[in-house]
Design a protein around this ligand. Structure first.
Ligand code: FES
Length: 146
């Protein structure tokens, strides 16, 4: 169910530096939710106290087939999570690992200066999830030799 923003609130947020694209991602709750049987789930709480939980589903040859997220935090984190999950779907894990905060800010098309750390929190959550995925793969590979 989309979020509702009053016109006045929308205008105010735009004036604060949120792009129309960022606000649309927030309103439409793009990729917000959980996932059954993900390949990896990771929860990360940033220094500000906000939390993001990311779910990733991989297809064959290491392509991210689906990505969802849940969050307990601000609007900046919500639109960052939506933009980031949109960016990584269809990418190989190695490509997703290389996504930077600057890439995400560019994809968002604008966040208020004081909200840039929200994009950083989203990117950090993704990177940690991908690290966890790599660690799991190492365990699987080792089993082949036992
Ligand atoms: Fe903490 Fe936005 S204020 S992620």
């Amino acid at each position: 169910m989309p979020k509702k923003l009053a016109k006045k609130e929308f205008t105010l947020l735009k004036e604060q530096g949120y792009s129309v694209k960022a606000l649309q991602l927030y309103i439409n709750r793009v990729n917000v939710g959980s996932m059954g049987r993900p390949d990896v789930v990771f929860v990360y709480t940033g220094p500000c106290g906000d939390t993001m939980k990311i779910y990733l589903k991989l297809g064959e040859n290491g392509v991210i087939q689906d990505a969802k997220f849940q969050y307990d935090g601000c609007l900046g984190l919500a639109c960052s999570g939506s933009a980031l999950t949109t960016l990584i779907i269809g990418k190989r894990v190695e490509e997703a690992r290389k996504i930077t905060v600057e890439d995400l800010l560019k994809e968002l098309g604008g966040l208020p200066e004081i909200k840039r750390h929200c994009a950083k929190l989203a990117v950090t959550t993704l990177r940690k999830a991908l690290e966890k995925l790599r660690d799991c793969k190492i365990v699987v590979d080792l089993k082949e030799y036992l």
